[in-house]
Design a protein around this ligand. Structure first.
Ligand SMILES: O=C(O)CCC(=O)C(=O)O
Ligand SMILES: [Fe+2]
Length: 323
């Protein structure tokens, strides 16, 4: 790994990120559910990020996948090198930084990306990885599906709008494990440059070490890990589908000189062949034209993964210009 020398400032502000009680969102009591949906709408509009509690994924499973990812990173470079493929759509990919062949600055990060759905893939080593990631992937997908139903409803659409329009039965689920080793000069390096996520909804877990920062009201806010919860954020495809009502949010990871940090992001996205454009119900004749042009999700994914990571530049490519 190479010091990326980003020279970024570590601005800080103490504001509390919204918390979504998943058990209320999935409650059979209509009053509780509609209250949770209102809170979800507010979280999507104000922050684009929220913490999810009471989500039913066992803590042992969250610890298990974290340990399995850590074991993967502890393999020899030769063992991991098997997955050092160059193509951005290789189903298992290990590497450094974001896209080391074109990155202008390299980040203090190693990653493992594994396609989980609709086709499941897993490295064979460590041996426990396959079983743990298969089960974890399924459980997290269910949480994501319920949150996306809530998001559909919060936009005034049918609750199954997103899953039907974007064919989530064949939806893409991508596990990204990020490893940030201690960095001798953390003030000169960045773990993960500011970016938005390309999919619909990311559910992230992390070990007990802080490092994630979310851009909120013009400032970087530190988000400390809360055990046994997910950190959720909406991605570019919710911004496209909602015609900009909900916006994907910039986030980044900073590094420290003491502890290894691990985060595991599970992105949930449309089926590769789904063409995503603003929901016609959310586009008006006057004053609210479609803000984005339609694009096949796979094309967007390729664009996103094969270019330099640069804030929300990928989304800008599909934005309709106001003439
Ligand atoms: O390490 C983190 O907390 C951020 C990871 C992230 O943003 C990603 O994998 O997309
Ligand atoms: Fe991200």
């Amino acid at each position: 790994m190479v010091n990326c020398g980003s020279g970024a400032s570590f601005a800080d502000t103490k504001e509390s990120i919204p918390v979504l009680d998943f058990s209320l969102l999935t409650s059979t009591d209509p009053h509780e559910r509609s209250k949770a949906i209102l809170e979800l709408a507010k979280a999507c509009q104000d922050w684009g990020f929220f913490i999810v509690t009471n989500h039913e994924v066992p803590e042992s499973m969250m610890k298990g996948i974290t340990a399995a990812c850590r074991e993967f990173f502890e393999l020899t470079e030769e063992e991991k090198g098997e997955f050092g493929g160059k193509h951005v759509l290789d189903p298992i990919r290990y590497g450094t930084s974001f896209n080391a062949s074109i990155d202008k600055v390299l980040c203090w990060r190693d990653y493992l990306k594994v396609f989980q759905h609709p086709e499941f893939h897993s490295p064979n080593n460590p041996p426990s990885f396959r079983e743990i990631s298969l089960e974890y992937g399924k459980r997290v997908r269910k949480v994501a599906k319920d949150i996306l139903r809530g998001i559909s409803e919060s936009l005034g659409l049918e609750d199954n709008y997103i899953e039907n329009a974007l064919n989530l039965e064949n939806g893409f689920q991508l596990l990204t494990a990020n490893l940030y080793p201690p960095c001798p000069q953390p003030e000169l390096a960045m773990g993960f440059l500011a970016h938005s996520d390309h999919g619909l909804l990311t559910l992230l877990i992390q070990n007990e070490i802080s490092g994630l920062q979310v851009h909120h009201n013009g400032k970087w806010v530190n988000i400390d890990p809360i055990p046994n919860s997910f950190l959720a954020n909406i991605g570019d495809h919710v911004e496209i589908l909602s015609n900009g009502k909900y916006q994907s949010v910039l986030h980044r990871a900073v590094v420290n000189n003491r502890d290894v940090r691990i985060s595991i992001a599970m992105q949930h996205a449309p089926a590769w062949d789904a063409v995503v454009s603003p929901a016609s119900e959310l586009v008006g004749e006057e004053g609210n034209p479609p803000a984005f042009r339609g694009m096949e999700y796979k094309e967007y994914l390729e664009l996103n993964q094969s270019n330099v990571l640069d804030r929300k530049s990928c989304l800008e490519r599909v934005r309709n210009r106001v003439i």
